[in-house]
Design a protein. Structure first.
Length: 148
């Protein structure tokens, strides 16, 4: 023996077209079918609208990040070029400070060594004085008024 199932309270089953006899039967069936599908359309449009909005926002975010990335890449290249230029100038300056380059520059300007006032240090003759002659060693300075 079969017992019919009871429907839970507050919940209705899907709308079913009621068979109607007569000339208006097909029109009423189509109307009942449209009523059954009508609540889906706003939800589908909402979901499609949210997906499209999310897609547009992601595309805009991607474009903004790509623009910043191109700018950062350009700055990196510029910094690299400046570093190379700095190293080249430093190398050229070092070459110009070498004794041979200084001697050639002096010769070009008409300058030469002054042999009359040159102090030549020879190993058999001691220098006239040491660099520290007449100076008090550090920590042993005289303190005025103490006699030391």
């Amino acid at each position: 023996m079969r017992v019919p199932r009871a429907m839970p309270q507050g919940r209705r089953g899907p709308a079913r077209p009621v068979p109607v006899s007569g000339p208006a039967a097909p029109a009423q069936a189509a109307l009942a079918a449209r009523r059954a599908r009508a609540p889906r359309a706003p939800f589908v449009l909402l979901v499609v609208g949210l997906l499209c909005g999310g897609l547009v926002s992601l595309l805009l975010l991607n474009a903004v990040l790509a623009k910043d990335s191109f700018r950062a890449n350009g700055l990196r290249k510029e910094i690299s070029g400046l570093r190379i230029e700095k190293e080249a100038k430093k190398s050229a300056n070092t070459r110009l400070e070498m004794p041979d380059a200084v001697a050639k520059s002096n010769e070009y300007q008409g300058l030469g060594p002054d042999w009359d006032t040159a102090r030549v240090i020879t190993p058999d003759k001691p220098a006239s004085r040491a660099a520290s002659d007449g100076q008090t060693p550090a920590g042993q300075e005289r303190v005025p008024g103490t006699g030391q």
